[in-house]
Design a protein around this ligand. Sequence first.
Ligand code: NAD
Length: 286
Amino acid sequence: MSKNVTIIGGGVIGLAWTRKFLEKGWNVHLNDSQDISAFIEKEFNGKVKFFHDLAESVKDADYVQECGPERLPIKQDIFKILAQHAPTHAIFASSSSSIVSSEIAENNPAADRILIGHPFNPANIMPLVEVVPNPKTSKDTVNTAMQIYSELGYEPALIQKEIAGFVANRLQIAFLNECYYLVEQGIIDAADLDKLVLNSLGLRWSTVGPFEGEHLGGGAQGISHLLSGVGSNMNFQLGTPDPTKAHILIEQTEKAYGVGEENWKKRSEKRDQLTEEILKLRKQTK
Ligand SMILES: NC(=O)c1ccc[n+]([C@@H]2O[C@H](COP(=O)([O-])OP(=O)(O)OC[C@H]3O[C@@H](n4cnc5c(N)ncnc54)[C@H](O)[C@@H]3O)[C@@H](O)[C@H]2O)c1
């Protein structure tokens, strides 16, 4: 028998999850605080049932994937309603990009069934879902969430201890901060920095992860050689971006890549197509 999922929030991420769950034969209910029923009806050919009322939308849910705004009080309120109105076996996952689920589950009687299931944008193409339990999340909840995301075709990564921003966004922010700093300081301009990354770190990390990259970079002796050689001299101070200089980043980026919906569509389609080609190649060369 097919299972029931409720997606809360029909924005960028909620729509991507909706597509994935539908593809795999789940019954999908979608709740949003805005009335987007006509759009949902058209977008999914009547296959997704829209609910304006949150409590009603989770009455028969086996799994809930919350994709509302990234605001703690809103998420806390939503999860309280889930605990009151969803079946007692239902699991509640938040797509949050940075908020830990122990905060979302504060004073929530269903804390053992709450966890983070954080996808990476574009969430219908990127294989990652970070599964981040909180100290009260039960093992069964974690195992079921891992299994569901795998069955949907994702490659879920279990994050062992919760930490704000989890892993992918902490890495992303650390790297982006240095990119912002270098451009603000006039050391390189935005388009040249992009080209530099595409021709080095981007290419390397789309084939091997940072640790395997280090291990291979050390030659036959591996990471121990690298860390005691080249690595031991990489001890310069990194920069901190200045928010008052953000206009420099915006001006250079808009000049290099253009603006507007048509432009966005064209460029994001090209990005998605390339991403899918890389994933295909990776599968073939395993
Ligand atoms: N966009 C990304 O790159 C990205 C990636 C991974 C995770 N996330 C996370 O996913 C979540 C959703 O992000 P998004 O980018 O899809 O946001 P979005 O703004 O595109 O969509 C949010 C949706 O939630 C609806 N909403 C607002 N309040 C609500 C409520 N109380 N109940 C039900 N629906 C409500 C809005 O009407 C809107 O349709 C956030 O927690 C975000 O951190 C976003």
